[in-house]
Design a protein around this ligand. Structure first.
Ligand code: IYR
Length: 226
């Protein structure tokens, strides 16, 4: 086993207390404006934006730094159409047979159905794959640790980055998503994790009238003195 090598922490920026408080508040305001969008425009995305957001995403922490992810950026109309056809077939089965009445009831406020025009309209689909194992340079298999959690973290950064850049996203998970391996020719150590639909929202985009839970319900504090 090789000795770990350490370097001085690069790039740490220290802010004043006021700056730190302002940055936290501003981030909260900006990220809280994010809404999942299902009505997309076909307007093209400016060059470099997706690539920079992906660079940010792959800076996410991952189990044993294995970086167990692969991102396919799909801008080709024919591939988008094939993904739409395959996704809608799965979704019809989901809405008609697979989803339990409870699941359908939980989805009702979102107004979703098996029609997925956004898969063709939006200029960019990012198919995210999780690698349960990888390969060493000599071809041997290597197990990945916490792959699903790691890819979830990378997707969180990606969604936040795209929002920060001024784009809308939809975290779409047609289930099952095995068709993505076939269409995108991905190997069998990769499992589709998420199809992130990306672009400008349509001019008349609407979103469901739903609320986030209040912090008191989702956060508990354990402060000195109780
Ligand atoms: N995959 C289906 C159903 C669906 C499931 C969940 I969980 C959602 O948060 C939203 C939709 C669809 O995309 O319509």
């Amino acid at each position: 086993m090789s000795e770990p090598r350490f370097i001085p922490l690069p790039g740490f920026v220290e802010y004043t207390i006021e700056e730190m408080q302002q940055r936290a508040r501003r981030y909260c305001v900006e990220i809280s404006r994010r809404r999942t969008v299902r009505d997309f425009s076909d307007r093209p995305i400016p060059p470099g934006v997706i690539e920079d957001c992906l660079r940010a995403a792959v800076s996410a922490p991952s189990g044993a730094n294995m970086q167990p992810w692969h991102f396919c950026v799909i801008e080709d109309a024919d591939i988008k159409r094939r993904i739409r056809v395959a996704a809608e077939e799965e979704e019809r089965h989901f809405y008609q047979h697979r989803a339990s009445p409870e699941w359908l009831a939980a989805l009702a406020p979102l107004g979703t159905d098996s029609d997925k025009p956004f898969l063709e309209v939006a200029p960019c689909l990012i198919a995210v794959f999780v690698q349960r194992w990888g390969y060493l340079p000599d071809g041997r298999k290597v197990k990945h640790y916490y792959p699903t959690e790691s890819v979830g973290l990378a997707c969180g950064l990606l969604i936040a980055g795209l929002h920060h850049a001024g784009l809308a996203t939809l975290t779409h998970t047609p289930s099952p998503m095995g068709f993505l391996n076939q269409i995108l020719k991905r190997p069998k150590n990769e499992r589709p994790f998420l199809l992130l639909v990306t672009g400008y929202p349509a001019k008349d985009a609407k979103v469901p009238d739903i609320e986030r839970l209040p912090l008191q319900q989702t956060v508990s504090w354990h402060r000195p003195g109780g």
